[in-house]
Design a protein around this ligand. Structure first.
Ligand code: EZ4
Ligand code: CO
Length: 404
């Protein structure tokens, strides 16, 4: 069997998605997600101009070899653009291999280690009453674990707080020019523990609660926040410091028993190495889409398992249903599954990407279709053309750019 075509499809059913479709001489197709939020066309070019010409004629069954060929063969290793492109190829090849076998991908990864996958959703509010409404809405949708983000008194905009409405329409990532948000670390550190106290008082001790700091703190600030949140028993505190400095996590870890999650902006095992082998974190957050695919993420999770670290695959709206499906097959198969982020998709996205995976009573399942279980409807996708869109940027009150 040979690969005869590699198409890069870009569509915007509410937000931009980049999808690779490989076709074999047997007429089988495989899909891979290559969406890099705010920098989508860089990956399109990487795939179209540099990778697609290498794929035609190759045996689609040689997944590991193709991965190494693209990773080592480029000479220029790692980085989100490269690894999103390699991920798309890897997932498309796994999709094809599983379709040839007539099995859902998780069966090729060792079979199911559990019956269903605990998901967490996002609750946001400008203030505590609005946050409570958002938590109640997620609970009504079935979620059994919830990420909590709120506005801070004195700040106009805070990461994670969107006006109510359709998932795509309320997404602050999707602006033709970057939205400028404001930030005050001292106000955030004062306010956040009071939010979790209020949420615990309202919703009880048992509901798993998560919080994402989005790289905004120094190590000593993160240590303070981790300690102040200890009474509220968070499921995790995510990305408390800029992730590229692993040393920072050593200080945070020694100061607090609040569990730590890191890694959505990582794209290689090398970004994690000390964090895992020194057991400085509790959850790895890499997406299949930004980490080079199922092949390397499986290896990362096996290394993590040796150190009692669990999976928490990144699953925001900017991971397409193709990337989500790949994550769910891996989640179902690995022993050290932790939790899966799932914030749902716009109606248009559900139509363009017909998928076998399900969300029921707060749990996800990849479904039983052969392959990853997602097909892209080209005709519907054509009705949603690409538009440039950026993530927000963040400035302190004196105008200094801060981490977003
Ligand atoms: O801001 O995916 O944990 N989830 C997150 C996401 C990220 C976006 C960036 O593209 O932090 O919402
Ligand atoms: Co995050």
């Amino acid at each position: 069997m040979k690969i005869v075509d590699a198409e890069v499809l870009v569509c915007r059913p509410g937000r931009n998605f980049v999808t690779l479709r490989l076709t074999t001489d047997d007429g089988l197709t495989g899909l891979g997600d290559a969406t890099l939020n705010g920098r989508e066309l860089a990956v399109v070019s990487y795939l179209r101009d540099h990778v697609a010409p290498l794929l035609t004629g190759r045996d689609p069954h040689r997944i590991e070899d193709t991965w190494q060929y693209l990773y080592r063969g480029a000479y220029w290793r790692r980085g989100p653009v490269t690894m999103a492109a390699v991920a798309a190829v890897d997932v498309a090849l796994w999709d094809i291999k599983a379709k040839v076998a007539g099995l859902p991908l998780y069966q090729l990864l060792g079979g199911a280690s559990r019956d269903r996958l605990l998901a967490y959703g996002h609750a946001n509010g400008r203030d505590i009453p609005e946050l409570f409404d958002s938590v109640r809405a997620r609970l009504a949708e079935g979620y059994r674990a919830i990420r909590v983000q709120t506005g801070i008194p004195g700040l106009n905009a805070v990461y994670g707080v969107h006006p109510p409405g359709d998932a795509a329409a309320r997404d602050p990532h999707q602006r033709a020019r970057p939205l400028v948000e404001d930030w005050d670390t001292a106000a955030y550190l004062r306010h956040t523990p009071t939010v979790f106290e209020a949420v615990r008082n309202e919703f009880g001790a048992e509901l798993p609660l998560l919080h994402d700091v989005h790289h905004r703190l120094t190590p000593i600030q993160a240590a303070r926040l981790g300690r102040d949140l200890e009474p509220y028993r968070l499921f995790w505190l995510e990305d408390c410091t800029p992730a590229e400095n692993q040393e920072a996590l050593r200080l945070v870890r020694s100061a607090t028993t609040t569990p730590l999650a890191v890694g959505e902006v990582f794209n290689s095992v090398h970004d994690y190495q000390g964090l895992i082998t020194e057991q400085l974190i509790d959850y790895v957050r890499s997406a299949v889409t930004h980490f080079g695919g199922v092949t390397p993420l499986r290896k990362l999770l096996d290394l993590a398992a040796l150190h009692q670290i669990k999976s928490a695959v990144h699953g925001p709206e900017d991971i397409s249903p193709v990337g989500m499906a790949a994550a769910l097959h891996l989640d179902l198969a690995v022993h050290n599954f932790g939790i899966q982020e799932f914030s749902g998709y716009s109606a248009a996205t559900h139509d363009v990407f017909r998928h076998a995976f399900t969300f029921t009573d707060g749990y996800l399942h990849p479904g039983e279709e052969a392959g990853i279980g997602v097909e892209l409807d080209d005709a519907l996708a054509a009705g949603h053309p690409y538009e440039r869109a950026y993530l927000p940027v963040n400035r302190l009150h004196d105008g200094t750019v801060h981490d977003w």
